[in-house]
Write a protein that binds this ligand. Sequence first.
Ligand code: WT7
Length: 656
Amino acid sequence: MSNETLENLLHEDRSFPPDPAFTAQANGTADMYAAAEADHEGFWAQQARKYVTWSKDFTQVLDWSDAPFAKWFADGELNAAYNCVDRHVEAGRGDKVALHWVGEPTGDTRDVTYADLHREVQKAANALTDLGLTKGDTVAIYLPMIPEAVVAMLACARLGVPHSVVFGGFSAEALNTRIADAQAKLVITSDGGYRRGAPSALKPAVDAALDHADTSVQKVLVVRRTGQDVAWNDSRDIWWHDAMAAAGDTHVAQGMESEHPLFILYTSGTTGKPKGIFHTTGGFLTQAAYTNSVVHDLHPETDVYWCTADIGWVTGHSYIVYGPLANGATQVLYEGTPDTPHQGRFWEIVQDYKVSILYTAPTAIRTFMKWGSDIPAKFDMSSIRVLGSVGEPINPEAWMWYREHIGGGHAPVVDTWWQTETGGIMISPLPGVTNLKPGSAQKAIPGIGADVLDDMGEPVPNGTGGYLVLTKPWPAMLRGIWGDPQRYVDTYWSRFEGMYFAGDGAKKDDEGNIWLLGRVDDVMNVSGHRLSTTEIESALVSHPKVAEAAVVGANDEMTGQAVVAFVILRQGEGHEHDDNSQIETELRNHVAKEIGPIAKPKKIMVVPELPKTRSGKIMRRLLRDVAEGRAVGDATTLADSSVMDLIKTGLSNPSE
Ligand code: WT7
């Protein structure tokens, strides 16, 4: 982030006090902060019993004796699927719509009630059992945004089988490493899904991912979504509808230990190897449901809630599947992209289903701004009463536009900071309580401790920046990195004594509000998706034409950051002064194949050298200057100070 942007951020003085009518009905209340402060464990015990039904109550709230390995509600037992489905049916709410599913092709919709979900989840749990899965096995899920994705996740949860959902935009390679790391026994996928008006295949990626003699996968369940042709392996592949038809109708949910793993979700870190972040049952469900209630202000009887994330990301886990379903919400589940078949698709959905709570990402909001406010203006969006933002910092102008053009000039906007690792929202205003400041996530929600520290580990005074840390254990905290406990300790708990290091830079304003400033490590945030510079560099150097590569995240108006790669080609493979557009395309596609289309560099620059310190570390700061078109900063620590000149001359060639 440039200093100029930072200055603007810190001079934000607009503020929006809550509307008393909103406050009167809000789930979050001002006194919760003090209550949680006074009795951290008591507060969370109260939330755990309020939002979750336990088949066996817990006696101990937090066990932190083996810190940083936490146990929450350890002797309690619960079933996450029972909490998300059965108990709503038992309470007579079976006819309530759980999912208003909207497929991408116009008119392709399906309403799924809680009773429907109950039937499907029981059948799916039986189908998985018939396939030999038992508690403790793992399953990979690689599906589009269709109801079966939710059913599959809940069926796994019901059996105590941790799921590892892999975003459909990841490649076969990425899927393969995730399957192998989690040792999944089963993959649940589909023939394909709809993307930008056309069917796009998924199963071929699974076939390629499993094309290894030593794969842990025994069976593949395939949902028929598009009807496109699929290659079929008779000894391995089974149609979902066949398995479901053969499965029994009823399945009794067993209670799981609170600390039984619920899911693994891979995310990028600072090394080339994605981390399997794993979450357990009781604490995760408690925080997902509680935050969905107080931050989104969900009133399940009257609200229609829509979180536009994909279930392949943590936002989909916490705020499509577990939080809202535990709360008995009625929600929209949309398969497609915001501009198919037209740029008003989201607002048409809001109008058709009377969506009252919308949770989306700043990159989407900025795109809508670019498309123009006349588009949402064509639709009746008077149902909207709460707006949420997640995934990256929201710039004040986007915040204002969101409130004005989507929220009718009155809906509170909550900017929610959290991570795959935190499992649930951590820093956010509470609608109806907080005096809102556009662009700031403001402060830790009740029950959460956050601070900003300087290099020495001291809290910074107001008006100053530093590193964001979490000061207390929280129920939905990651319990570790799958198969690598030491990496968990090293990554998150070693930078500052006794504190969780989030990897984000942050600043406190004059009132102590927290402003997130982006990652301080080699992690990029592109459209709210986390990507690792090292991972993309590894993908690039695995191409035979590349000798060396350095990747930076450059500021981008639309996507927050954009991937920019600097590559040195092997001898005889083109030259920095040549027209390298063909090689660049080749490399871009190579990254898509290795990781997925989301990781494709926006720009690839062929350079003769990379700027390195004497110890051989690439100075990405200087490359970022080049990528953002700025004057190159202090280069005195370079081993060879002429390198930056070489790079700039190479790039000044008009063919670039
Ligand atoms: C990283 C976590 C949280 C679910 C989606 C992303 C950035 C997230 C915000 C926000 C500023 C944000 C941080 C964080 N981030 N929300 N409201 N304001 N930055 O989950 O892929 O685990 O990424 O996203 O940099 O560390 P994730």
